[in-house]
Structure formats: structure tokens, C-alpha cells
Ligand binder design. Sequence first.
Ligand code: SAM
Length: 401
Amino acid sequence: MYIENDEKEYEISQLDNKKRTNRSSLKKNGLLHDKILSYGDDTVSNKIIHGENLDVLKLLQEDFSNAFKCVYLDPPYNNGESYLHYLDNMEHEKWLSNLSERLRIIKSLLSEDGSLWLSIDDSEMHYLKVMADSVFGRENFVSTIIWEKRTTRENRKAFSRNHEYVLVYAKNALKWSKIRNTLPLTAEASDRYKNPDHDPRGPWQSVSANVQAGHATLNQFYTIVSPSGVSHYPPKGRCWVYSESKMMEEIKKNNIWFGRNGEGVPRIKKFLSDRKAGLVPETIWKAEIVGTTSDAKKHLLQLFTDTALFDTPKPEELIARILKISTNPGDLVLDAFLGSGTTCAVAHKMNRKYIGIEIGNHIRTHCFSRMKKVVDGEQGGISKDVNWTGGGGFEFFSVDK
Ligand SMILES: C[S@@+](CC[C@H](N)C(=O)[O-])C[C@H]1O[C@@H](n2cnc3c(N)ncnc32)[C@H](O)[C@@H]1O
């Protein structure tokens, strides 16, 4: 699954010598606890684990079956690229079977209302979809999200690939559809609510009062006379959404809008104050909302002034949106391809519990250092959005070979 560029060795000099001599290793289910690389409050049970994810996932099965509410995976995409911290070039069948082995275990680690979010690009997307369908069942495939990962044109290729995908699976799609969160109303969406008639119930927007007539009953076809005396009949192939008696009641309650001059086609008033449900997530995730790869790199540049930049980080906003939809504070999140540590950083700031697994030495140079800064109140990424001021902690483990 992974070939490491081994020039990165952890800088022991960074460590406090006294602490290091006190280092205690604690065997816990085949994992060695590294006290030196653990940081902050150790009662919170967040874990960062250095090792081959297959080994770790198998170890987790003992204590974490049905435990994770959300698993985010951002594996090497097998797109033939060579990155500074890992190579991304494997024989196709091997790449697929390696990932399939991991997905089978991950399914057993997901809670009954849990979900899996898989990042991928064009190179292997369709093969991955078919494979993941076979593990989770086609009925548990939820959606494909398109993430706009760059906003500039890539001129060296036949097409400028400006997007990637996130495949969403649920352990049980029916259960998941009932528990998944909606997204908070954006300023843009709430701006659409106005109050042209000074309704004391506050701002509202209007939606169509006619619907397709496919399943209509006879009492949905009638003439509505507007306050100014204009008659309206539903357009061809459509009927009114309410029966005549219900429509008359709604008109009396001032819930139907006939335009400023009282002559327009009737529409239903929907009030902002009734809008408790939030927004159903859409499948196109724009860069302006969830950030780009380049935004993520800029954030890493602020975090690591003297460490080689990680090539393929995800922006914190992208992961935050995934966690907003799939989890609540206190829920457990897993990332088995941790990279520069984005998922753990976001989960930490959003008050979720987490386990992150990474095979490369950048788990020390990047993940550990990043998470230490997060605990200390780092202010990049989503920090301001979630009013992050620091706190909590994590424990560092490595696989006991
Ligand atoms: C695309 S990067 C993940 C980037 C991450 N989402 C971020 O925001 O920084 C994939 C990571 O998976 C790691 N990896 C690859 N194979 C692995 C394996 N078998 N076990 C654990 N980590 C692995 C690589 O070292 C690399 O850091």
C-alpha cells in the first residue's frame, strides 16, 4: 500500500531530554504508548498511531468494533505521482485488493449509524466505487460528492482536473439517513428571506403553490381568486398543493402571497423562524466554502516553517463539513491515512474523539507537531469558525513489532 521516502528522520534534538529519559512504554493491545510524543490531557483517549494501517485496524477490532461514527479515508490515489512523503504508484489490482482488505475491517469498526467517506480522483474512482459497493452493499452507497480542489487552470494536461470525489457509504443507509445532520443556514440562504408585506412573523420567502398533477385528487383542481379579483387556475399538468378548503384557510392566515399588487400567481410563504431543519447537504462542494489543496498547503506553511511541505493535504474546512454532517460532539472518528494530520486536527477542534493512523515518519514531523499546536490553541484552518482556543490532548502509540 505504501512506499516511504525515508529521508525524514525524527529530530530527537527537538525533545526535552529529561522527559525522554523518563520515557515509559506501555504495551496496550499490541501498541506501544510513547509518553514523550503524547501531549496535553491524557484522559481524553484521542490516539495517534504510527504504523501500517492494516496491522492497526486489526488491533482496533478488539476494542473498537461498532465504535466509530465516521471514518474518513484519503488513501494514495494510485495516480502515478511521486510525492515527497509517499509514492503513489502501485499495480492496479494490488492497490484495489489492499484497500478492499482495509474496507472490510473498517466496516466492522463502524457503528450501526456510522458512515465512511472516501476521497479519490479520476484515476481509480470508478474501480473503487465498484469495489466499495461490494463491501458495503450497493444499497448502502449514499452519494458521490464533487469537491472543487483547485480554482486555477492546470495548463499542462489535456483537461485541467479541478475536482476530486468523496464517496459516501453508510453501514446502514436507512438508519444513517435518519441521523445525519443538516448544515447550518448560510448567510446567503438567509438573505433570500425578505419581508415585503411587513409580516409580524418576520422574514419569509415564497415557494410555488402548484405541484405536478401526477397523484392529484379532484379537490386540488379549482380556481383561486386573488384579493384584487384576478382568477388563477393551476398550469397544465399541475394542481394546487392544497385542497380548496385548506387553501382558503391559508389565505385567511396570510400564508399565501399574491405579489406586491395582489394580482400575481399564488405562492406559499415560508418563514425563516420556522426553518429549524437546516440545509440538506448538496453534492457539489465549492472551493469558496470548503477550501482548495492550495489553501491547505498555505495553512501547513504557517504551521511548519522549517519542515518540508506535505504535498497532498486536505483543507480543514472540507473535513469539518464531513464531520458536521456525520457526527456530533463526543463521537469517535477514524482516519487510517492520516498524512499531515488534518482529520485529527479538525476532530479535536470540533470536540470529537479520534484515532489517526499513519505509516510515514511524518506522523512525528507533521502530525505530532501539528496536534501539539492545536492543543496549544493554533488559530489557522477552522479555528476561528469554531472559536477554538486550545485544550484537550492526545496519546501517541506505535505498533509493537
Ligand atoms: C493522501 S495522504 C493523506 C493526506 C491527509 N488527508 C491530509 O490532509 O494531510 C495519504 C497518506 O496515507 C499514508 N499511507 C499510505 N499507506 C499507508 C498504510 N498502509 N498505512 C498507514 N498510512 C498509509 C501515506 O504515508 C500518506 O501520508
